[in-house]
Ligand binder design. Sequence first.
Ligand code: ZN
Length: 343
Amino acid sequence: MIVREDACPTMNPDDSPPLPLPPMSLSPLLGVDLGGTKTEVIVLDAQGRTLYRARHATQSHDYPALLQGLMSAVDQARTELGLDASLPVGMGIPGCLDPRTLTVRGANTQCLNGQPLLADLRRLSACDWRIENDANCLVLSEATDGAAAGAGLVFGVILGTGCGGGWSWQGQVWTGPHGLAGEWGHNPLPWPSAEELQTPACWCGQVGCLETWLSGTGAARQLARETGLALSMPEWLSLVHQGHAVAQAAWARYVSRLARALAAVINQNDPEVIVLGGGVSLIDEIYTQVPQVWSQWGFHRPLATPLRKAQYGDASGVRGAAWLWRSATQSAARTTSNESSHE
Ligand SMILES: [Zn+2]
């Protein structure tokens, strides 16, 4: 999903020449997190310190208005800090760019789907843009200077209204040739019980996806289906803490499901750190209870993978969007260095 000129020769369909990269380690980094209801803008200095942060409403039902809102939000940051109009922007979206057509797909802000967002942003501004899935921005943020700083292979998950995942390898987002890497939430629940074979439908067209069991929305639906308790997750946890036996049994099932879903990831890819973000990730019990039970599904035991809460919380997505250009300049510098060393 990351837009890389070197990996995807069709990625510049407007045929405009790529703009020069800014000098590494000198320029501020400008990031945008385009959410369904809010658009957040951040400017970081080269050390990751926040110079500017602002939130704006997203015009989520009208694509031209959404584009204008984005331009206005970015211009406001540039004006307040006196930034050059050519400073590039990194942006996280709740979907991804189709690597073949560079149009948006899979966005729950549905006016984006099918739109040539990257080409439109380049046409409307004097700078270049990089667009990445929001879960990939989270994992990039946490792998750069957050809860997984210094780790090589990192798996990041957003457990919120939906359920998104992303991978980073050596400080770079890893997306794969289809842009599919990290689409953990739309795989089935592993090692299901007989009861769990009665799987719910997912919006994506499959049945029994992890999102329907593990996202905040999906978990609350399962709770209602299994127990009749119509509660939000905080209300559910409150009952668990009060010793409510039915709520506690349902919570143990949630922990088991999350543990199985992550154990399957560890069996397949063995990440050095797993980082959780999103509203559900704020539940502290997850970080003790899930690792207590996940080893029973490990092919080798025990599973000792660190499971950590996103250090930057709800700012991690927008920070990762800003880091997209640092990641790009480092990648370009590495390529140049490798080419030089082979001469
Ligand atoms: Zn699904």
